[in-house]
Write a protein that binds this ligand. Structure first.
Ligand code: ADP
Length: 191
């Protein structure tokens, strides 16, 4: 399997680039944000609980997100590989992901980290809020998501850098140019 983590702050383009990557490489897209929003839409108990965190820009508790992914990885043993988008977001999630994949003799092959300046992130998220109406794309929640990103998620960069898996990708410029930089990295990986 080719297992890719697409990493970056909110608004860095993880979802957009993931869609292009799944198309080119035939990978299974795993977006914890999308999975949680589906739970909210379906008004499940998990969704109602998740919403209380997401609407404030906080992270949904690790056990919940990890539990949601365990079954999914298990059910998809036949895929070419996964793109993890928005997961892991904490060190505990990073460790849990390694443990999940190790069970199947698999691992994270590469972490593509989209690097975008804060000012640009805020502009993009405010614009997305206007267009898509995503309720967490408002100024107050955006600020708290960025704080959460720097405090809880960014430390994962050291975790992956120490493992020699982190590749930084400049995330400003055209969508196609950014995609091309990612594809160059993935084409060099043989699994
Ligand atoms: P973005 O990257 O733009 O913030 P996402 O769709 O990835 O968008 O996430 C939206 C919200 O969903 C997050 O702010 C958080 O509350 C919740 N969420 C998504 N993924 C996780 C995760 N792995 N762990 C905890 N909470 C998560």
């Amino acid at each position: 399997m080719l297992n890719v983590v697409i990493f970056g702050a909110p608004g860095s383009g993880k979802g957009t680039q993931s869609e292009k990557l799944i198309e080119k490489y035939g990978l299974k897209h795993v977006s914890t944000g999308d999975l949680l929003r589906a739970e909210i839409k379906g008004k499940s108990q998990l969704g109602q609980m998740a919403e209380s965190y997401m609407s404030k820009g906080q992270l949904v508790p690790d056990e919940v997100v990890i539990g949601m992914l365990e079954g999914l990885v298990q059910r998809n043993g036949h895929v070419k590989g996964f793109i993890f988008d928005g997961f892991p977001r904490t060190l505990a999630q990073g460790e849990a992901l390694d443990a999940m994949l190790t069970k199947y003799n698999e691992k994270v092959n590469v972490v593509l980290s989209l690097e975008v300046e804060d000012e640009e992130l805020i502009v993009r998220l405010l614009k997305r809020g206007e267009i898509s109406g995503r309720s967490d794309d408002n100024r107050e929640t955006i600020e708290s998501r960025l704080r959460v990103y720097y405090n809880q998620t960014a430390p994962l960069k050291d975790f992956y850098e120490e493992q020699g898996k982190l590749v930084r990708i400049p995330g400003q410029g055209s969508i196609d140019d950014i995609f091309a930089s990612m594809a160059t990295v993935l084409d060099r990986i043989t699994v």
